[in-house]
Write a protein of this length. Structure first.
Length: 341
């Protein structure tokens, strides 16, 4: 069987540690992947390259799949987020982030099973910011019918394929009548004309957040524009044990980039303490995505890894963010030792 080539972006902060751990787990699970390592973010700047080098972009365009560690973005100054640039340049318009409880991870709820779908290319992330005059600045929120419709259609199709029952849009169309108004108008139209059998509801986001922390089981798929999706993803991570356990994928028509929801966690970088699980789970999503049949090596490796980390957690093997004592490498090793049951 022909090896799949996957672009690997180690990223910044904890990125290199967790991508290394993830690579080891994937290899031990028997998925034969030819990794093509490319730099982005601070790591690229340190090598004298652009923050998002052309060869990194070209590699993803060519090979279609990437596994990415988090990249640092300076606050309030400096270069534009490479994460945002990458999503925009490759038109990775759907960020999908499953959020589920692990029975072995203590959290406030034991019945969370949500999927967050975030529109990844528009909203306030368009990067159109201006200083009108000193002391007066503005940021433009952009919504287009094309992008609002395609993310809505993607969500309903995903719901159908995954046998999900309900889509809830969080919005603020009472205030942003045009932009958020267009977002819900498009979602409603797709529901009514193409997917009437999937339940659909609209909830104003402030009340939605309150409902989420009171009883997350009332939601199934959450569909959000870019900024709301960013914020609500971390909120939902907090419902199931934190950022160390929520994976993600950025999906486009041509390419897909798999990455955890969390950032580069500079506060714990280079200490072998970061939890690699969210990236390992993102890699499982990637293996399922590239798998072509129910029993090819990628599907089998994905299943093995899943059962490996579930077993490791039920044996009490945890990193510090989850109340355990294992380091990044030790936790990856605990998974590797449990890949075959
Ligand atoms: P963060 O997600 O990096 O960290 C928030 C908190 O969660 C920190 O206390 C951190 O130690 C902890 N944490 C995160 N991931 C963890 C893991 N795997 N294991 C254990 N603990 C973990 O968010 P923050 O601090 O707001 O951002 C740091 C940098 O990351 C910024 O430069 C930001 O722009 C960037 N970022 C990058 C993202 C990406 O590459 N997709 C996404 C989010 C933020």
């Amino acid at each position: 069987m022909k090896k799949n080539k996957v672009v690997l972006i180690p990223g910044d902060g904890i990125g290199p540690e967790i991508t290394e751990a993830t690579k080891k787990v994937i290899s031990a699970a028997g998925a034969d992947i030819d990794w093509l390592e490319k730099k982005a973010g601070i790591a690229a700047i340190k090598e004298g390259k652009d923050v998002l080098p052309e060869d990194t972009l070209e590699a993803i365009e060519h090979y279609k799949i990437a596994l990415k560690g988090p990249c640092t973005t300076p606050v309030g100054k400096g270069f534009r987020s490479i994460n945002v640039q990458l999503r925009k340049k490759l038109d990775l318009y759907a960020a999908v982030r499953p959020v589920r409880n692990f029975p072995e991870i203590k959290s406030r709820f034991d019945n969370v099973d949500l999927v967050i779908v975030r529109e990844n290319t528009e909203g306030l992330y368009s990067g159109v910011e201006n200083e009108i005059t000193p002391g007066v600045v503005m940021s433009m929120k952009v919504a287009t019918r094309v992008a609002c419709t395609r993310i809505a259609r993607w969500s309903f199709r995903y719901a159908t394929i995954r046998n999900r029952k309900k889509i809830t849009v969080f919005h603020k169309a009472n205030i942003m009548k045009l932009t958020d108004g267009l977002f819900i108008e498009c979602a409603k139209e797709i529901h009514e004309t193409e997917y009437p059998n999937i339940e659909y509801e609209e909830v104003i986001i402030d009340a939605g957040c309150m409902k989420l922390v009171q009883d997350p089981s009332q939601f199934d798929i959450l569909l959000l524009e870019n900024l709301y999706g960013d914020v609500v993803s971390d909120l939902c991570a907090g419902l199931v044990g934190g950022l160390g356990v929520v994976p993600g994928a950025n999906i486009g028509e041509k390419q897909s980039v798999f990455e955890a929801v969390h950032g580069s966690a500079p506060d714990i970088a280079d200490q072998n303490t970061a939890n690699p699980l969210a990236l390992i789970m993102s890699a499982v999503m990637m293996l399922n995505h590239i798998s072509k049949s129910k029993n090819d090596e990628y599907k089998m490796a994905a299943n093995k890894i899943k059962q490996g980390y579930n077993q490791a957690l039920s044996d009490g093997k945890k990193t510090r963010d989850l109340g355990g004592e294992l380091g990044t490498d030790e936790f990856a090793q605990a998974i590797i030792e449990r890949l075959n049951g």
